[in-house]
Design a protein around this ligand. Structure first.
Ligand code: RIB
Length: 296
């Protein structure tokens, strides 16, 4: 299975704090770490860990070797990443003792991607089984339109939510993976069953809605499937959604049932949140198997 992950590649600057900062507050930081990150990079590694062949597509600056090296070390093909950006994207992440976070995102090179770059990626990989996008780069809408024209199945994680997400070309999207906040912001609804139906009605795509501790919901227009989350002690929830996205879609495309895919993705993200960091803490398929066996 060959997946193009078109997305953001960020340097994550992670500050562990006694609590998330209030307006006007100065806080001493107890621990600082620099990690590879960005929704695109995290999802690329999640798809890879879940068993796919992954092509990373996006843009970094001259200081972006840290990220392309991280992708390559994880077994992702980073040779198509454009390295001519002005400044690599970065994210300042505050993490509290409960593992909850707050982020400041600087898009940098992620926002410099052009239609020409998108066309080049699609021309180089006409045999891709799926292209995965999020909402941290430029050209998301263009890439979705172009991918569909090229006959490639598309998936969107409309995150982080901004009002412009509502203008996505919904009829060009085959899979939508999103959280409760994003689902409610797009549809104006709150009940998960209503949210997935409204999202499906926008363009006919299959919808996967995550509900945090309340589990997740899948809806494809006919079948609605729900799965529970696993209870774990979280230390850092950064990257949990990306881990879920990669594992869930890889499982669905690999032929697992929606119930199996949701459960496998929930296990992967449950393991991920028990470890500090994001990309480097995505579990291997073997770790997910062992976790599921232990919880059976
Ligand atoms: O989903 C987590 C990611 O969001 C972080 O790695 C950060 O860089 C932002 O893109």
């Amino acid at each position: 299975m060959k997946i193009i992950v078109f997305g953001s590649f960020n340097i994550d600057l992670v500050y562990t704090l006694p609590h998330l900062p209030e307006r006007g507050e100065t806080l001493y930081c107890e621990k600082f770490e620099k990690h590879v990150g960005g929704k695109g990079l995290n999802q690329a590694l999640a798809f890879k860990m879940a068993g796919a062949e992954v092509i990373a597509a996006g843009k970094v600056g001259a200081d972006g070797d840290f990220l392309t090296d991280g992708l390559a070390a994880g077994g992702v093909d980073a040779s198509f990443v454009d390295t001519s950006g002005a400044v690599t994207g970065h994210t300042v992440i505050s993490v509290d003792p409960d593992g909850q976070n707050q982020m400041i995102l600087f898009g940098g090179a992620n926002r410099e991607i052009t239609p020409g770059y998108c066309d080049g990626i699609l021309a180089a990989h006409p045999d891709a089984d799926l292209i995965m996008t999020q909402y941290e780069t430029s050209c998301v809408e263009y890439m979705l339109e172009a991918a569909k024209k090229a006959g490639i199945t598309t998936a969107v994680n409309p995150s982080p939510y901004v009002d412009k997400v509502k203008d996505l070309p919904w009829d060009r999207i085959d899979y939508i993976v999103l959280n409760e906040f994003e689902g409610s912001s797009i549809t104006g609804l709150s009940e998960p069953g209503d949210v997935v139906r409204a999202l499906h009605a926008l363009g006919g795509g299959r919808v996967i809605l995550t509900l945090g501790e309340k589990g997740s919901v899948y809806f494809d227009g006919e079948e609605e499937v729900r799965a529970d989350a696993f209870r774990v002690d979280a230390v850092d929830t950064t990257g949990a959604g990306d881990t879920f996205t990669g594992y869930c879609l890889c499982s669905l495309l690999g032929g697992k049932t929606p119930a199996e895919a949701l459960t496998r993705a929930a296990a992967a993200s449950a393991i991920e949140v028990t470890r500090p960091g994001a990309a480097e803490t995505i579990p291997t398929g073997g770790e997910v198997d062992a976790f599921l066996k232990a919880r059976a």
